[in-house]
Design a protein around this ligand. Structure first.
Ligand code: MG
Length: 379
C-alpha cells in the first residue's frame, strides 16, 4: 500500500529551524513532500532548496528575483496568503522569527491546516486568541520548541494529572561570565551558544533569558497550566528538555542530546516515531552528571521583568515581544550594550497603554508601537 506523503509548507526555509526541518524531511523522503517554501532574502539557499526538494510553489521577499528563481524548475511563484490556504498543504511549519508569520499562521489555522510552531512570538502575542482559533477550527498545534515538545511528550495520555511543569534553561552564552564583564560583551560573544545552534535573535534571547519567559507563556497556553504552576531551573547541560510533576509527586523528564531535529521530527511525524540515522543517540554514561541551579536574577534581569510584564495579559505580551525585538536588534548593531537590554525594554514598556481582550490588529499594533518607541528612544 502506498501512503500519501504529508504535504509540508515551510515558512522560513533558509533559517536555522527551516534548514533543520529540511534535514528531517531529507531523511524521510517517503514520509514527507515539500509543497511550498517561503524564505526572506537568502535567495541562493532558497534556489538550492527548490532544486533539491522540488516544491510546487515558493516565495521570497524580493519579487523582482522570483522569475529567475524558478527558471528550469517546475516550481511556481505564489504569494504566501495563497499558500497557507492551499488544500495540498497538510502541515504548515512556522519557522520564521519575530511576528512576520502571525497572520499567515492564523490564516492556515482558519483554513483547517495543522501547524508545527517554532515561532514562539505567535503564541506569546496572541495567547488565547490563537488557542481559540485552534479549537474552533479543530486543528492540531504541534510545538517545535524543545521545551514545550518535552512537556508534550511527558504528558501524552495523562494531561489531567499535572501538578507542576519544570522548564529547563541552559543559561545561554553568558551564564559563566563574571557580572563585571557583561556590559562589554560583543554580539559575537553573546551569539556563541554553548549547546544549541539557533538563529541570532533567539540566541540573544537565550542569553538574557527572555527566551525562557516566552517559553513559560508558551507552556501556559499550550498545556493550559496556570503561571504559578510553571517553574524554571537552569540546567547547563541541556540534556533534560523539561520535566513534568504529576499529582502523586512522580516526575517525568524528556532527555536527549541537544539537537533541534528531534523536536522538529516529533512535531512533523506526530504521533509516529521513527529512527533517524542522522541523529546521534544519547549515552548516559558518556554524559556523566547533570546539574540544576536556581535563576540568578542579577544575571538575568530580563527574566523577572519579562515574566511580570507577560502575566499581566492583554496587549502586554505583544508589547514585550516588540520591545525585545528592537532591543536585540540594537544590541546586535552595538547601539546598546548587553546589560542595557533590560532597561531599554523597561523604558519602552513604561509608555505602553494596555488593551484588555485585544483583537489581532491591536495585538500587532502593540508590538509595532513598542518597536517604534524603541527607535525614538535611540534617536
Ligand atoms: Mg527552547
Amino acid at each position: 500500500m502506498v501512503l500519501k506523503r504529508k504535504g509540508i509548507l515551510l515558512l522560513g526555509s533558509t533559517g536555522s529551524i527551516g534548514t533543520q526541518t529540511l534535514e528531517v524531511i531529507r531523511a524521510f523522503p517517503d514520509y514527507f513532500e515539500v509543497i511550498g517554501l517561503v524564505a526572506g532574502n537568502n535567495i541562493d539557499l532558497l534556489r538550492k532548496q527548490i532544486e533539491e526538494f522540488n516544491p510546487k510553489f515558493a516565495y521570497c521577499n524580493q519579487t523582482d528575483i522570483n522569475i529567475q528563481l524558478f527558471d528550469g524548475t517546475d516550481c511556481v511563484y505564489m504569494p504566501i496568503e495563497s499558500m497557507v490556504i492551499n488544500p495540498e498543504v497538510d502541515l504548515v511549519v512556522a519557522a520564521t522569527s519575530g511576528d512576520v508569520s502571525v497572520l499567515h499562521t492564523l490564516s492556515a489555522i482558519n483554513s483547517g491546516i495543522d501547524i508545527a510552531l517554532a515561532n514562539k512570538e505567535t503564541i506569546v502575542m496572541l495567547g488565547n486568541l490563537l488557542m481559540d482559533a485552534v479549537k474552533n477550527n479543530a486543528v492540531t498545534l504541534l510545538p517545535i520548541d524543545s521545551e514545550p515538545s518535552a512537556i508534550w511528550q511527558c504528558i501524552r495520555g495523562e494531561d489531567n494529572n499535572i501538578s507542576k511543569l519544570i522548564i529547563t534553561a541552559s543559561g545561554g552564552s553568558v551564564r559563566s561570565i563574571p557580572l563585571r564583564y557583561m556590559k562589554d560583551l560583543s554580539p559575537k560573544e553573546v551569539l556563541k551558544h554553548p549547546n544549541w545552534s539557533m538563529g541570532n535573535k533567539i540566541t540573544v534571547d537565550s542569553a538574557t533569558m527572555m527566551n525562557k519567559v516566552f517559553e513559560v507563556i508558551e507552556a501556559h497556553w499550550l498545556f493550559d497550566v496556570p503561571f504559578e504552576k510553571i517553574d524554571v531551573v537552569i540546567h547547563p547541560e541541556s540534556m533534560i528538555h523539561s520535566l513534568v510533576e504529576f499529582n502523586d509527586g512522580s516526575i517525568k523528564a524528556q532527555i536527549s542530546n541537544p539537537d533541534m531535529r528531534l523536536p522538529i521530527q516529533y512535531a512533523l511525524m506526530y504521533p509516529d516515531r521513527k529512527n533517524n540515522k542522522f541523529i546521534k543517540s544519547f549515552d548516559p554514561v558518556n554524559i556523566g552528571s547533570l546539574n540544576f541551579f536556581n535563576i540568578d536574577y542579577e544575571r538575568y534581569p530580563c527574566f523577572k521583568l519579562g515574566l511580570e510584564t507577560a502575566i499581566k495579559g492583554g496587549t502586554w505580551p505583544a508589547a514585550l515581544s516588540g520591545a525585545d525585538d528592537i532591543a536585540v536588534e540594537y544590541f546586535l548593531k552595538r547601539k546598546i550594550n548587553f546589560l542595557e537590554i533590560g532597561s531599554f525594554i523597561s523604558d519602552i514598556l513604561s509608555s505602553h497603554k494596555n488593551i484588555v481582550n485585544p483583537n489581532i490588529d491591536q495585538i500587532l499594533n502593540a508590538a509595532s508601537s513598542a518597536r517604534e518607541r524603541g527607535r525614538l528612544l535611540i534617536r
